[in-house]
Every structure is written in structure tokens, then in C-alpha cells.
Design a protein around this ligand. Structure first.
Ligand SMILES: [Zn+2]
Length: 284
């Protein structure tokens, strides 16, 4: 089950305690082809496919692995689903996910039919505009310019979006703006808790090009074949960024549970690249 930590010190203490078990389990999991376990989304026993072909050097990425063959969700997407499904959403009526064309959204929408889906189609589109995508109309939304009124949503969901946005503060402020008091933003992004300070990998120049500070990193994306550029590797100072955006509180959820297929990313090149199974809740 997810444990929710209220601040940096509580998360740091939990990581220090659980780390040896994480390392031992990851080393065992990565050499399995299939892993018998339980899928929180399917609510049934399954055999996870450990390696989905995303590699960290010679090691399989377990954050992008541990695929449930029944629902099609990998480790990090099932963890986010679990976090949303186990969050108390009393009388919630209106919510928005910043994805619409994914297996995760299909499962979330089946559970919460009031949840709207959306995708980002680029700067030429207006907030809320309906865009034809693969012969289906999908709503366009941007995390820095949502088409929703102030204090109009109970739930906002995003999934590995923030690292691709240059202005983190603007994105977090926009998420806060659309939430009602008591509403919650549940989200993931690559989070590196052993990194004290967030690493900026590049910056966008006035002409739209990108000045690279670190070697460019692109993440796979269902809409753009070239992938999306990654501006940041967020560190522990990210929690302060969420508080500065006006949220009442931020919680870090962690669930290292091999049976449910929740492990770290399995990065073996030093602590700073290790991503434990973590999800965020920011409460308005
Ligand atoms: Zn499943």
C-alpha cells in the first residue's frame, strides 16, 4: 500500500530505511523474464513482463517495465492509477486528465466517468479546442494554459508531463488555479530524491530552439514520433516548488511492493539517477 510522506525529512527517512530492500529486490527482479504478482488495475493475479525494451545501459528500466499483459499498464502507470483510486475524493464531480488516448486514461475513465481527458497538440491550438486525432475528436489542453475556470476542478491528473515544460512554476500555478479548495492534483514525473537540487538539462531560446546544457534526452510519446524534450531532472527541492505555487500541502507517496510490480527504475549508476516508485499529491 502507498505510504504518504508530508515533507522532505519524512521521505528521506523512509528512503534510508527501505533502500537496502529496494536494491536487493531490483537485482532479483531484473533477471526474471516474468514476475508473478497482482495488478492493482485489473484487480487480479497476473504475470508481469519485466523488460519492455527500455534500457538504462545494460539494465532494463523497471519503471517503464513490469507490464501487466491484461491492462497494458507498466509499473509507473499502475502506481499512478493506484494513487488516484486510493485518494479520498468525496463528492468529486469534475476532473481533468492531461491524457486521453492511453490505456491509463481508459481505466481511469471507467472508474470515474466524470473525468475528462485531453492531450497537448502544440501551441497553435486553443485551450479546450477539439482536435481530430486518429479519427477521434480529442480535447487540446496545455498544462500552462488550461481552458478551465478558476476553482472549477476536484481532480487533476498528469503523468510524466512536468519535465517537458520549461516553466515549472507557471505549470504548477496553473494546476493550482483550476482546483477547488480541497481539490487535488495527483501526478508523476521523473523524480530523483537523492538529488538535492533540480538539474536543468536545457533552456528554450527566443527563436524556439533549445540550448543544451546536458546531453539531450527525449521521452517516448504516443503523439510525436520524435519524442519530447526533457528540460529537468527534478530533485528534492521540487517539493518547495509545489508549496511556492500556493498548494495547501504536498504529499509524496511511495510504494515499494514487488508483488504489485512497484519497484525503482533500477538505475545502477549512482544514487542521483535512482527513481524510487513515487507519486505526488498536491492539495489545493
Ligand atoms: Zn493489469
Amino acid at each position: 500500500m502507498l505510504s504518504w510522506y508530508p515533507d522532505e525529512a519524512a521521505l528521506g527517512a523512509a528512503l534510508a530505511y527501505h533502500r537496502p530492500a529496494m536494491d536487493a529486490a531490483d537485482a532479483w527482479v531484473e533477471v526474471q523474464e516474468r514476475l508473478e504478482g497482482y495488478c492493482s488495475v485489473c484487480q487480479s493475479r497476473t504475470a508481469f513482463q519485466v523488460n519492455t525494451g527500455v534500457m538504462l545501459g545494460v539494465h532494463p528500466s523497471l519503471r517503464e517495465g513490469l507490464l501487466c499483459p491484461d491492462c497494458g499498464l507498466v509499473n509507473r502507470n499502475r502506481l499512478l492509477y493506484d494513487a488516484i483510486a486510493s485518494t479520498p475524493l468525496h463528492d468529486a464531480r469534475r476532473g481533468l486528465a492531461l491524457e486521453a488516448t492511453t490505456p491509463l486514461f481508459v481505466r481511469l475513465h471507467a472508474r470515474m466517468p466524470w473525468l475528462e481527458g485531453s492531450e497537448y497538440f502544440g501551441p497553435a491550438h486553443a485551450p479546450g479546442e477539439w482536435v481530430s486525432f486518429k479519427e477521434v475528436l480529442v480535447q487540446h489542453q496545455s498544462i500552462t494554459a488550461l481552458g478551465h475556470a478558476d476553482a472549477s476542478l476536484d481532480l487533476l491528473v498528469h503523468n510524466d508531463v512536468l519535465e517537458h515544460v520549461e516553466d515549472t512554476a507557471a505549470a504548477l500555478a496553473e494546476c493550482r488555479r483550476v482546483l477547488r479548495a480541497g481539490g487535488v492534483c495527483v501526478f508523476t514525473m521523473p523524480f530523483f530524491p537523492y538529488r538535492e537540487h533540480t538539474l536543468r538539462r536545457g533552456r528554450q531560446l527566443a527563436d524556439g530552439s533549445i540550448e543544451h546544457i546536458e546531453p539531450p534526452e527525449y521521452h517516448g510519446d504516443g503523439l510525436r514520433s520524435e519524442g519530447i524534450y526533457t528540460f529537468f531532472h527534478f530533485g528534492m527541492d521540487f517539493l518547495g516548488m509545489v508549496r511556492a505555487a500556493g498548494f495547501a500541502r504536498v504529499e509524496v507517496g511511495m510504494d515499494f511492493d514487488v508483488f504489485r510490480g512497484y519497484t525503482t527504475n533500477n538505475h545502477r549508476y549512482g544514487d542521483e539517477a535512482l527513481m524510487p516508485p513515487i507519486v505526488f499529491r498536491a492539495w489545493a
